[in-house]
Ligand binder design. Structure first.
Ligand code: ADP
Ligand code: ADP
Ligand code: ZN
Length: 214
């Protein structure tokens, strides 16, 4: 099963992808996580990417397309994967399509988590992230057992630079301008399935699982 988990920043892609990993036994590929790792490791690519990320802008297409091309070649992605946060522009979607067409391994489905903007702002500003295992928490909606500590791996949680108010506003604008057209791209190919992303995490997962299996 090859899936693209689509949705605006804060829609719950990371949260739901972790559950899909468990139930389908395929890896999650998050370009955001890979870019943040490169940023933390201070590689030349990571330092360049950080300038865009911290401002809430998109990293150039050739950089992220290269990351994904390399990642999906790995053996653990042979049986499928969940793309989280990619593609985010129509040129990225076209590059992915060309890449997969060459190998005869097309995307099966594109579930789209639908969440209104006012709810997204609340989710992003209260998000706390684990830099180690990538789990996401929320100060109000998904509080860790011990404040500031990851329930899964005990690392200290961080408030991402781009979850601060100015960057959040910029990211939501970037989504509308550059990423929303990606939805039409997959709709035109009959792959898009809309999923209501509002409500309890377990209820969203139930709807998502049904949509994926439909
Ligand atoms: P994305 O990867 O799409 O940016 P996340 O999975 O990181 O989204 O979720 C964003 C924030 O919203 C996190 O703080 C997460 O704990 C919280 N969250 C995720 N799903 C829900 C939900 N169904 N209801 C309330 N809060 C949620
Ligand atoms: P979110 O949780 O808001 O969905 P991500 O973790 O997916 O955010 O991405 C964080 C940042 O990393 C983005 O704002 C962008 O700067 C960069 N990024 C991640 N994926 C891509 C992509 N496919 N194309 C361009 N930039 C990306
Ligand atoms: Zn952790």
């Amino acid at each position: 099963m090859r899936l693209i988990l689509f949705g605006p920043p804060g829609a719950g892609k990371g949260t739901q992808a972790a559950r899909l990993v468990e139930s389908f036994q395929i890896p999650q590929i998050s370009t955001g996580d890979i870019l943040r790792e490169s940023k933390a490791a201070k590689t030349p690519m990571g330092m360049e990417a950080a300038r865009y990320m911290d401002a809430g802008k998109l990293v150039p297409d050739d950089v992220v397309v290269g990351i994904v091309e390399e990642r999906i070649k790995k053996p653990d992605a042979e049986k499928g994967y969940i793309l989280d946060g990619f593609p985010r522009t129509v040129p990225q979607a076209e590059a992915l399509e060309a890449m997969l067409e060459k190998n005869g391994t097309p995307i099966d489905k594109v579930p789209s988590l639908e969440v209104p903007e006012d709810i997204l702002v609340g989710r992003l500003s209260g998000r706390r992230s684990c830099p180690s295992c990538k789990a996401a928490f929320h100060v109000e909606f998904a509080a860790p057992t011990q404040e500031g500590i990851c329930d899964k791996c005990s690392s200290s949680l961080v408030h991402r630079d781009d979850d601060l108010p100015d960057a959040v506003r910029e990211r939501l604008r970037t989504f509308e301008d550059q990423t929303a057209p990606v939805k039409e791209f997959y709709e035109a190919r009959g792959k898009l399935v809309r999923v209501d992303g509002v409500g309890d995490v377990n209820d969203v997962f139930e709807r998502l699982s049904k949509a994926v299996k439909s």
